[in-house]
Design a protein around this ligand. Structure first.
Ligand SMILES: [Zn+2]
Length: 628
């Protein structure tokens, strides 16, 4: 038996003072997919009004009127006392009761025996470029970033194959880099053929490639023009051609393809335990024009560039129909530095000024919400670049004057914290002029902020978000100094801090990599690169839950498992607090809840199979009747 949630009925419930719920709809729309090899090259923006998926299959929902009681767990609430309880009750999308009260109040009809498993609050990724993942062309395989070797990449590609219609691409882009794989290289054309021979496959690394294809992929790219794409015999596509290849896939994406990609990105987040993504946009093209077509994908654009006005549309469309099930908080990045053609300082920063005039910070709902400006208001420039510096400083001032939340991403180095000093002293001056303490401004990365700088940031109400991704790019320094971030020093300063991966181009989305790095200092090759700067597992987890919630400004309703908060929580396959360091990287949720709804379920806890790609097994109400 399947069940459809009626959003109109939900709205009526909302008016009656009840919490909103949503039927969680995951598009498995084979019918919506057009054959890419023969598709026209109509840009996606020309088709913004596509309807709902033709054959979407509903798989996940809330029981409408019943509580869900989780018992026999090790539930780390991350409250003020780091209380651990064995039971929690979810009702109406919220945490209804914790501990003994959970057992003694409400219904026991929907009871899930956790059998001793560890439960943590839903993870909050406090710096990501998630909307890029939500727009990937093809049937994207985000899981390739979890592979440890070439065989693992091939297995992830092959696992995707059964869902992919004839003629459609299987793609894997962004964070998968050779450094992550034992062989330190991508699979070859022949190897990819051995895993997937009857669908074209396209792999693409980082911001700008290089790329690698299988034989069908090679045939496709050798058939396109404007621009042509050169493919080497081993399937390599290098230099500008990698971005040309990306362009040819992007211009063939329909709006429905983008919606499917957004749903895939949500599913991957839920699978990793991330229940809120704090997006920091992509590198926009600051050309000043109001012509939307000028922002459409161009042949030279890398993966990090999208139409920064329209790239939210698929996610917004899904949210309008109640199908978005991972929270998306949005900052707006502004990439306009000094543009001589515009004239004096009062004529600079046109896009930022329009944003501050015409957008509304805090606008949105519990699934998509605008926060403020980040990861920067203008490109950073020091006083040695007089015009660039004036524009950067004016951007900070405009955001303060408008009373918006603001962030700036500056890591510093072990031997030079002058750029961080520029941010701190500028923000102190703006606090004196406008008062920004209530706005929780944020220094992103902050790797090498000094104790003095951290104390001053704290004094003006600012927080920091620290980069776990250094584990991927970091190497031991010849001078023996920590590569950063200075987790221990920052923790000891008492400033509020979140933790992040800064995916999904240069870094993976997987937050367990970041927690492993923060607690061990080991890079991907197992080298100690951050000596003396580790924090405890509890503190790393707090940074991904309560700390991140503070940083994102949602600590009043998310970040801990406490009565009245939204029911975002994650049941883990291993005990984060006692597994070996090596095993920590491989932690995966077996059950994830957002707003009290199950958004990821491997079937381990409830003794049922994974619904994620299981449209042959629609929801069966009896599945809730699982008893110990
Ligand atoms: Zn970033």
């Amino acid at each position: 038996m399947t069940r459809k949630i009626d959003r109109r009925a939900e709205d009526e419930q909302d008016e009656g003072g009840r919490f909103s719920r949503r039927g969680l709809l995951v598009g498995g729309s084979a019918a919506a997919a057009a054959a890419i090899l023969s598709a026209s090259s109509t840009p996606a923006a020309a088709q913004p009004t596509a309807g709902p998926p033709a054959a979407a299959t509903e798989r996940r929902w809330h029981p409408d009127d019943d509580d869900i009681l989780l018992v026999n767990g090790r539930i780390h609430t991350m409250d003020d006392h780091d209380t651990v309880v064995s039971a929690v009750r979810l009702s109406g999308g919220r945490i209804a009761a914790v501990g003994r009260e959970a057992q003694t109040s409400g219904s026991s009809k929907n009871r899930i025996d956790l059998r001793g498993r560890t439960v943590v609050p839903g993870l909050i990724e406090s710096h990501t470029h998630f909307v890029s993942l939500a727009n990937r062309p093809g049937y994207h395989v985000a899981e390739w970033e979890l592979a440890k070797d070439v065989a693992g990449v091939l297995a992830a590609l092959a696992a995707r194959r059964p869902e992919v219609p004839d003629g459609q691409f299987i793609t894997a882009m962004g964070a998968g880099t050779p450094r992550m794989f034992a062989e330190q290289r991508l699979p070859t054309r022949a190897e990819i053929d051995s895993a997937v021979s009857d669908r074209p496959v396209f792999l693409y690394q980082n911001f700008n490639g290089p790329a690698r294809v299988n034989t069908l992929g090679k045939q496709f790219f050798e058939s396109v023009s404007n621009p042509a794409v050169a493919v080497a015999d081993d399937g390599s596509i290098v230099g500008d051609a990698a971005n040309y290849a990306l362009y040819h896939l992007r211009i063939r994406q329909t709006f429905e393809d983008q919606r499917r990609s957004a749903l895939d990105a949500m599913a991957y987040s839920a699978k990793l335990g991330i229940t809120l993504n704090y997006d920091q946009v992509l590198f926009a093209t600051p050309n000043g024009t109001l012509d939307p077509s000028a922002y459409e994908t161009q042949p030279g654009d890398g993966l990090r560039k999208l139409n920064h006005y329209r790239m939210y549309d698929p996610y917004l469309s899904l949210n309008r129909e109640g199908s978005a099930y991972v929270r998306l908080w949005i900052n707006f990045l502004h990439q306009q530095g000094f543009i001589p053609a515009l004239g004096g300082l009062d004529k600079q920063l046109p896009e930022l000024k329009e944003r501050l005039r015409n957008a509304m910070p805090g606008h949105g709902d519990e699934f998509v919400r605008i926060r403020g400006i980040g990861e920067w208001a203008a490109p950073f420039a020091t006083p040695s670049n007089a015009n660039g510096y004036a524009v950067w400083r004016e951007a900070q001032r405009l955001v303060a004057q408008a009373g918006w939340h603001n962030e700036n991403a500056i890591p510093g180095t072990p031997t030079d914290q002058s750029q961080i000093e520029q941010v701190v002293s500028t923000w102190e001056a703006l606090d004196a002029e406008f008062g920004i303490r209530h706005l929780r401004w944020g220094l992103q990365h902050a790797d090498h902020a000094t104790p003095n700088q951290l104390a001053r940031l704290k004094a003006i109400g600012a927080g920091v978000s620290l980069s776990g991704f250094r584990w991927l790019s970091g190497t031991p320094r010849a001078d023996g100094l920590p590569f950063g971030p200075m987790f221990r020093q920052i923790h000891d300063s008492g400033i509020p801090y979140g933790l992040h991966e800064d995916g999904v181009h240069i870094a993976p989305h997987n937050p367990w990599f970041a927690m492993h790095y923060a607690t061990t200092g080991l890079n991907v090759l197992g080298q100690q690169i951050n000596p003396g700067q580790q924090i405890s597992r509890t503190d790393a987890l707090r940074a991904y839950t309560r700390g991140a919630a503070w940083f994102v400004g949602v600590d009043d309703r998310l970040g801990s498992i406490e009565k009245g908060k939204h029911a975002d929580l994650v049941v883990l396959d291993k005990d984060y607090f006692s597994v070996s360091d090596a095993e920590m990287r491989d932690i995966r949720p077996v059950l994830s809840f957002v707003d009290g709804g199950i958004v990821h379920d491997t079937g381990v806890v409830r003794g049922r199979r994974d619904w994620a790609h299981d449209s042959d097994h629609p929801y069966d109400e009896s599945w809730w009747r699982v008893q110990a």
